[in-house]
Design a protein around this ligand. Structure first.
Ligand SMILES: [Zn+2]
Length: 292
């Protein structure tokens, strides 16, 4: 079933999200359990690296979709509310109501910047979001002086669910673009569920700023010198494709995760919407420069 996303988020907000948020906020935080009492261990070697830093400080708890490792309970409770909310939002956008497996993903919340710096040597920090998603586990630093962008948790959870449902071969622009797209929308609906007026923010880009699409879609990591344009343009591209046709966007995600090349997949999946590569580029350029 295809729903226009604006309508989709309003429906989600009205019917499920705010109720779930109230429910989660009504809980008295997370229940600490010993490491050996968790239902599932994390087989990710980075998890073991994290827990080996000050092992006596880590506490552990389970939520509905995630297992949390943390130092301070109130910090973990706050992040768990956001994580469970975002899990539902991302799963619904991907039209994956049933879990891909019964496995819960592990989230590690670091409290000490020193430990985090030490840990970063083992993992690859995303410069944009400040978190690390690796092979289905998520690592975050909780520190008031650290500049989290407001949508970090959702951005990384989007990567986590893409990894879980589609594997590790999604091209960089599609992975980052989807994570930004869904997290900007989710951030706005999360704020609305808490009574704030908020709309998703998507940056418009002038034609001369754009990274040419053949270069953008071939990049295997965000380019250091154009990192913000890379994320903004990838987000715009995903937004454009999803709003053109949500069902076809999910089909595109599926075939690209399976290794199909972008141009071929695009013209096949969006047959009838885009007559040719140049028709697609023309329409995208005009969409990218628009203030939404
Ligand atoms: Zn990312």
């Amino acid at each position: 079933m295809s729903l226009r996303l604006g309508t989709f988020f309003l429906l989600l907000l009205a019917t499920t999200a705010s109720g779930q948020l109230d429910q989660l906020q009504g809980l008295n935080g997370l229940q600490d359990v010993p490491l050996t009492g968790l239902s599932q261990p994390d087989n990710n070697p980075l998890g073991a690296v994290a827990l080996a830093l000050h092992p006596e400080d880590w506490k552990h708890a389970e939520g509905e979709h995630f297992i949390y490792h943390y130092v301070r309970s109130f910090v973990a409770t706050r992040i768990s509310v956001e994580a469970e909310f975002n899990f539902r939002v991302v799963a619904q956008v991907l039209e994956k109501e049933a879990p891909a497996s019964e496995r819960k993903s592990h989230i590690y919340i670091f409290d000490r910047p020193g430990d985090w710096r030490e840990f970063q040597k083992a993992g690859e920090l995303e410069p944009w979001s400040g978190g690390i998603q690796s092979a289905g586990s998520l690592f975050l630093l909780s520190d008031p002086s650290y500049k989290f962008s407001g949508n970090t948790v959702c951005h990384e959870i989007a990567h986590l669910l893409l990894y879980r449902y589609y594997g590790s071969h999604i091209p960089c622009w599609l992975n980052e673009g989807f994570a930004e797209y869904v997290s900007r929308n989710s951030r706005a609906s999360y704020q609305r569920a808490r009574g704030y007026l908020a709309k998703p923010h998507s940056s418009s880009l002038a034609p001369e700023e754009l990274i040419p699409l053949d270069q953008l879609t071939a990049m295997i990591r965000p380019p250091n010198e154009q990192v913000d344009i890379f994320y903004d343009e990838s987000e715009r591209l995903v937004r454009f494709l999803a709003q053109a046709d949500q069902t076809r966007f999910l089909a595109l995600l599926q075939v690209m995760a399976g290794g199909e090349e972008f141009e071929h997949a695009l013209l096949r999946v969006y047959a009838g919407t885009f007559a040719s590569r140049s028709d697609f580029e023309e329409k995208f350029h005009s969409y990218a420069s628009r203030d939404l």
